[in-house]
Design a protein. Sequence first.
Length: 260
Amino acid sequence: MRITRVLSAALLTLGSAVSPAAADSSPSPSADGGAPTRAGTSFRTATEIEQGQTATANGSAGDYLYWSFPADAGQRPTVEATVKLPQAHAAETWQIDVYDGLRRRQACQYGAQTRTAAADAASVELACVLRTVRGWSEPWANDPLPGTYYIRLTVVDLATSDLGLPVDAEVRVGSKDIGGAAAVDGSLAEPLVPGIAVTSEDDDESTSAVLSGIEPDDGWSSGWWSDRWVWTAVGGVLAALAGVGGYALTRGAGRPPRGA
């Protein structure tokens, strides 16, 4: 009975420790009202947004609209976009693409990445759920890695008469924390955040000019931590308890009765 009580207490303690690590870390919408209201026109001028924000922008049909956001190891980002169209227009097809910090186009696991709006439709909605960001990958692979990600929104099929018509765009970025199920034995030395080296004319010392200043709220983990560590510790503790319990049972069974 004493061994049973010890095992029960250990399981309750470990369960309490694991629960926060396994929780969904989907960010909540920004409450500071500081969401961007414009979009860039290239990778270099992409507007930075945080996960959980809803960015808006005004543009014209035919423009390329760019945003960028950070994604860390273990996250599965979801990008959603809504394009509000003018009252009168012909059928047109819109598309949303996502690129990593090396400007490699990342495939969507699922979601309506390309969608055609019927003539005079009020809006069109797009979505792209990326693969889980890995902490490390082979150089030849195209796996999503920690760092900056770029969103490009544009129309890919448009009637000539509609070229240049005003449109309003909304972009939202969120993610789900996959945790230890996506953990790998490795990590990047630095996240894929684009930057360039410049030389200061005043002191002739090299400094780093980072093209993207955004990062996750808790900083870059680079894949060093996941709930796989917790479950490894759980397994070790349970194995030790099982060994102690087995020893106690076998020792008690092999002891001769008193007075024999």
